[in-house]
Design a protein around this ligand. Structure first.
Ligand code: ATP
Length: 218
């Protein structure tokens, strides 16, 4: 029997919020994953420098995951000073966990539509499955029709109809799962903090308290 699939959720987590946590919970349940590893990024290759420091982002992820046995923190990327690509992280995990371990890279539909701009993006399918969490029943297929031809082809060739495939092979499938829309983004949370507005119920209370105590994003 194959080992139980592991989910991997990368992000800047500046800060982590309930949208990230709900995405992970939906994937965990709908795909019967064993655990989800949260991997906060270091210097994101595509994005601006995070506002909170690496230690602060780690603290917030640690607080947010506290008490959930199925969620784990993986800090392998965050202290790297060179650009750290998802393909490197997945290669390292594959080397550690063995060829038979199913890995599932989790992401929102917005992230999936940019996949063809990621470093060595086709290699990701050799290393992992991709579980795309689409929000509010907006069919991902429609959006993929407007994506680049190579991304569309990979999507169509790899699309799985049931989570079973994640348990039967270590990598290579794309599975789409649904979640309710939570209109939450780290950008919006930082903006609310800057405007001295509440971020309660958008992030776990422990994270809101930490942000307030340290006067982040103000
Ligand atoms: P920012 O606003 O700074 O760009 P973000 O809130 O979008 O940050 P990221 O770290 O960029 O967070 O996202 C990590 C992953 O979480 C991505 O795959 C993204 O699609 C997903 N995600 C972010 N916000 C939500 C949400 N509200 N619901 C579901 N998935 C989300």
């Amino acid at each position: 029997m194959s080992p139980v699939p592991i989910g991997i959720l990368g992000g800047t987590f500046d800060p982590i919020h309930n949208g990230h946590l709900r995405l992970a919970q939906e994937a965990l349940e709908q795909c019967s994953l064993g655990v989800i590893r949260f991997v906060p990024g270091g210097t994101p290759p595509h994005r601006n420098t995070p506002r909170a420091s690496a230690e602060q982002r780690l603290d917030m992820v640690r607080l947010a995951l506290h008490g959930n046995q199925s969620f784990e923190l993986d800090d392998r990327e965050i202290f790297r000073i060179d650009p750290c690509y998802t393909v490197d992280t997945l290669s390292a995990l594959r080397a550690e966990l063995g060829a038979m371990q199913p890995l599932c890279l989790l992401m929102g539909g917005d992230a999936f539509l940019t996949l063809d701009s990621w470093h060595q993006w086709k290699q990701l399918f050799e290393l992992s499955h991709i579980v795309v969490v689409q929000r509010g029943g907006q069919p991902l297929g429609n959006a993929v029709n407007g994506a680049s031809v190579p991304l569309r082809e990979e999507y169509q060739a790899r699309l799985a109809l049931a989570p079973r495939i994640l348990h039967e092979s270590p990598a290579g499938a794309v599975l789409v799962v649904d979640m309710p829309v939570l209109e939450i983004s780290a950008t919006d949370i930082r903006k609310r903090c800057a405007e001295r507005r509440s971020i309660r119920y958008l992030v776990p209370d422990s994270v809101a308290d930490y942000i307030k105590f340290h006067h982040f994003y103000t």
